[in-house]
Design a protein around this ligand. Structure first.
Ligand SMILES: [Zn+2]
Length: 309
């Protein structure tokens, strides 16, 4: 995903081992099924019974399926690894099929559906309509669809042959995110705004403050005048709250990803102090950028609180 553009500058996926819990769980060719599909957005983590007979919430079942990958699949191009995986992760993020956008006046939908239901495709009428027909007002209400202008370059647009378009030009089937895809994902998953930077003149610059359960600022994350990071507990010896939240402080790896966990602060234990003033120093190199996430009990993914450039 990383090399395909910018979705990772908006969204960060954490890859976990097969024994760890995961929101997205992938199967290949389950029962020789050649179909490729993903549950849409929050349906991915909802108690919906899927093809395995288990719920999507069940860690033993999958909720993303690849059916046609084999030794002949290409990296790029229509139905290649790259475009297919980006498309399916688009569904996981809640993106619908772009060719179903009712603003689209390019595709002759009934001809396209006839093609999908006829040989050699032999899709059921219901399946062809759900995959290819324009969204109805009822579906818009059900899915709470949000529309952009029609984007024929979207990763979410099927390849549609020239035989089924009004201008006799084939459309869709891209293997990369379009500018429209990246913009839209950025509107659905916005970054929180950077907090203001109050200055503690005795230590350095407070770059982020964590409030305790009473809403009072308690832990300052400070960029010292020497460029190093310190955590300062304004109430030495006190923990933030009684729940077991984790505050993860990441630094960048050499290739620019945010995977190095430099420090974990547990909300239900006092900051480990190295001095009586409640300061803990930890090890990002001088001037190294940091990112802070909060992980609540039971969550597998953290919530981004702060990120330096
Ligand atoms: Zn799709």
């Amino acid at each position: 995903m990383k090399n395909r553009g910018c979705v990772t500058s908006v969204i960060k996926f954490k890859f976990v081992s097969s024994t760890d819990n995961a929101d997205i769980r992938i199967a290949l060719n389950y029962n020789n099924d050649r179909n490729t599909y993903t549950y849409l957005g929050t349906m991915l983590t909802s108690p919906i019974t899927n093809e395995t007979g288990l719920l999507n919430t069940d860690q033993k079942s999958f909720n993303m399926h690849y059916g046609w990958f084999d030794d002949n699949t290409t990296d790029y191009g229509r139905n290649g690894f790259s475009g297919t995986v980006l498309h399916e992760f688009g569904h996981a993020l809640g993106l619908q099929h772009e060719h179903k956008n009712p603003i689209n006046s390019t595709i002759r939908v009934s001809a396209y559906i006839s093609y999908l239901t006829g040989p050699p495709n032999n899709w059921s009428e219901a399946n062809a309509k759900s995959q290819a027909a324009f969204f109805t007002a009822q579906e818009d209400a059900y899915y709470e669809n949000k529309y952009t202008t029609y984007d024929p370059l979207s990763i979410m647009h099927y390849f549609v042959d020239a035989k089924f378009t009004n201008n006799n030009v084939a459309v869709g089937g891209s293997d990369k995110l379009s500018a429209g895809d990246i913009d839209f994902i950025g509107t659905v998953y916005p970054f929180p705004k950077d907090p203001t930077n109050p200055v503690d003149p005795t230590i350095g610059t407070t770059i982020y403050t964590i409030n305790n359960s009473s809403g009072t600022p308690q832990i300052d994350i400070v960029r010292g005048t020497n460029g190093l990071i310190s955590l300062v507990n304004r109430q030495p010896g006190n923990s933030l709250n009684s729940t077991n939240q984790k505050y993860l402080i990441f630094t960048r790896t050499k290739n620019g990803d945010w995977y190095n966990v430099a420090y974990i602060l547990y909300s239900n234990s006092p900051l480990g102090t190295t001095t009586s003033t409640g300061i803990t120093n930890f090890g990002p190199s001088k001037g190294e950028s940091i990112m802070i996430e909060r992980q609540d009990p039971g969550q597998s993914l953290g919530t981004l609180l702060f990120r330096e450039k």
